[in-house]
Design a protein around this ligand. Structure first.
Ligand SMILES: Nc1nc2c(c(=O)[nH]1)N[C@H]1C(S)=C(S)[C@@H](COP(=O)(O)O)O[C@H]1N2
Ligand SMILES: [Mo]
Length: 568
């Protein structure tokens, strides 16, 4: 075998890593520039967010059932990071191939461009302009890729006249007979072909060495591309934040309620139970669950709500018109169907809004329209029984939360809140549409994903303090927590210690059947391991079931049990 034959092969093997680096840098350039373009079009048009959104909506039901049913904040970060890592790996692969032929680069970038454009264009509310960030990304990635691939350090065949580099020293010396791999090739790089060439060349040692200056030039430029992409990307993100509706929200003045919430009775938030949930959950502590990878930014001035479908009189209402209507203010405890026994996907807030019933009465639902489908600007839907929305409960189109305009991540400017129903069948955030239909005719977002079409909240109780596996000092301890049975009301909470008889806990003052009740239970803690258990009884006399069921398809049941160690 002559040195001439293996050189091109060795070149590909040795330069693949540089190509991979060029690929990753080019992908970074594309994503960075796309973020900037997304400032103009809207953050949901950015390729990573658009593709991530498609993934969220199409993950097979079983996968999400097994993890958490309803998308939380952590799932989102994981999804975005996962998407970026996969893209980086693909870009590295494409770059490694592109050192052989630019066609791979063009093909790879085009493929990802098509995926980005297709994802963006199929998102709810998208128009043709949503293709722009992905198209701009294609151009930037191709330009950066072409630029860097031309700088990929080429090999210098050094078999007959070794060019010794003082900087790489031993790398070019013929130190051992078996040191026959190209110097800038790691063991994983040596393909069977590469080993064959080097193995056969022991006598003549066709060494390949990259020019250190070329290497430095490449790394410097690749570094510049990545740094530039990061700067541009962050600038884009920052500008998108500046274009958020937070300033608009800050300028909103909410009307006074025609029917204010009841004043909180004394005895709410009982003293002496640190760790007990406050009766009112602050906006910052309120749990957040939704499928939105980028929080929808809805300007109230352009917002409107359309009530249509099977109604005698379709209605469209603007923000100004909504604010002119008589407002009601109520405490309502919102809960997520994915809340495990003892978990904290539940919160209680004071909501200000317009009764949904009044709007429905005006629209006049037709016979058989037993489902109200609420639709968010991002296309998410939930289905609520029409009858429940008109049965007199305080179902609200809410604009205020704890005395403030709705926080953006909690649905600004308008969301629905319905006492007694899990959020996934009632609490549509960023709502823009209400369609009267039937349960037979339409499945809302979570229904085809394995969740029940009807979602009344199940009676539950939770021990907030002492916490699981906490050390407790012997002596008097206040066991405390919350219990809920929305729209029915909790009338009794009982505690059992070490599987003993049930004893009544003390219920804190109640505000309405639509909110949780706090409870306390005095306990004389004795040294050793102990089990605390709680159960609630609702106003109909039904005792919370002991049977443990999982969150899917319609909410978890079972008694919350906490084990504690009492030690001196
Ligand atoms: N637009 C939209 N609204 C939504 C959701 C969503 O994914 N998108 N999730 C629902 C679910 S599952 C719950 S539990 C509540 C949570 O409301 P919060 O985030 O204000 O606590 O919002 C509901 N409203
Ligand atoms: Mo939820």
């Amino acid at each position: 075998m002559t040195t001439e034959v293996p050189v091109p092969v060795t070149r590909a093997a040795g330069t693949a890593r540089w190509g991979a680096l060029a690929g990753v840098a080019a992908a970074a350039a594309g994503l960075g520039v796309a973020e900037l373009a997304a400032v103009l079009i809207g953050p949901r048009s950015a390729p990573v967010v658009a593709v991530g959104g498609v993934v969220v909506d199409h993950v097979p039901a079983g996968v999400k059932d097994a993890a958490i049913a309803v998308f939380g904040v952590h799932d989102k970060t994981a999804l975005i990071v996962g998407t970026v890592v996969l893209l980086a790996l693909a870009a590295a692969g494409i770059g490694a191939l592109a050192v052989r032929s630019l066609a791979y680069a063009v093909g790879g970038v085009a493929l990802f461009g098509v995926i980005g454009v297709a994802a963006a264009l199929t998102r709810e509310g998208a128009d043709a302009s949503w293709a722009l960030p992905s198209l701009v990304a294609v151009v930037a990635a191709l330009a950066a890729g072409w630029f860097l691939l031309r700088l990929v350090p080429g090999p210098t065949p050094t078999g007959s006249a070794p060019a010794r580099s003082p900087r790489t020293g031993s790398a070019t010396t013929d130190s051992t007979p078996h040191d026959s791999t190209p110097t800038d090739s790691t063991p994983t790089d040596s393909t069977p072909t590469a080993s064959a060439t080097t193995g056969a060349a022991t006598a003549r040692r066709p060494r390949v060495e990259t020019d250190p200056d070329a290497r430095r030039r490449f790394l410097k430029n690749a570094g510049l591309v990545v740094a530039g992409a990061a700067v541009v990307g962050y600038a884009g993100r920052w500008m998108s934040t500046r274009r958020s509706v937070s300033a608009v929200r800050a300028a909103v003045t909410l009307p006074r309620p025609a029917s204010p919430a009841p004043a909180l009775p004394t005895g709410i938030d009982p003293p002496g139970a640190p760790g007990l949930s406050a009766y009112t959950t602050s906006n910052t502590n309120f749990y957040r669950i939704d499928t939105a990878l980028s929080v929808p930014q809805v300007d109230p001035e352009t917002w409107s709500l359309r009530i249509h479908g099977r109604v005698a009189k379709p209605i469209t209402i603007t923000w100004a018109e909504l604010l002119q209507r008589p407002m009601v203010e109520r405490y309502v405890t919102l809960a997520c169907v994915s809340n495990e026994v003892g978990a904290d996907l539940i919160g209680n807030a004071r909501w200000l809004g317009v009764p949904v019933k009044d709007l429905l009465d005006e629209a006049q639902p037709l016979d058989g329209a037993d489902q109200v489908v609420s639709r968010s600007v991002d296309g998410w839907t939930c289905g609520t029984p029409t009858g429940l929305l008109r049965d007199g409960r305080d179902a609200l189109l809410a604009v205020g939360m704890n005395g403030e305009p709705l926080p953006i991540e909690h649905g600004f400017p308008v969301r629905m809140v319905v006492p007694g129903l899990y959020g996934y069948v009632s609490a549509c955030k960023w709502i823009t549409e209400i369609e009267l239909t039937s349960f037979a005719d339409f499945d809302a977002y979570w229904v085809p994903r394995g969740w029940s079409a009807r979602g009344p909240i199940k009676t539950q109780s939770r021990i907030d303090t002492p916490r699981r596996n906490r050390d407790v000092a012997p002596g008097p301890v206040t066991v405390a927590g919350v219990a809920w049975a929305q729209h029915t009301g909790v009338t009794r909470v009982e505690v059992s210690v070490d599987d003993g008889a049930w004893s009544d806990a003390t219920l804190a003052a109640g505000v309405s059947a639509d909110t949780w009740r706090q409870w306390t239970f005095p306990w004389q803690a004795t040294p050793g391991d102990h089990t605390l258990r709680v159960r609630a009884t609702d106003a109909t006399g039904a005792v919370q079931t002991e049977e443990e069921t999982s969150v899917a398809p319609d909410g978890a049941t079972g008694w919350h049990t906490v084990k504690v160690q009492v030690t001196d």
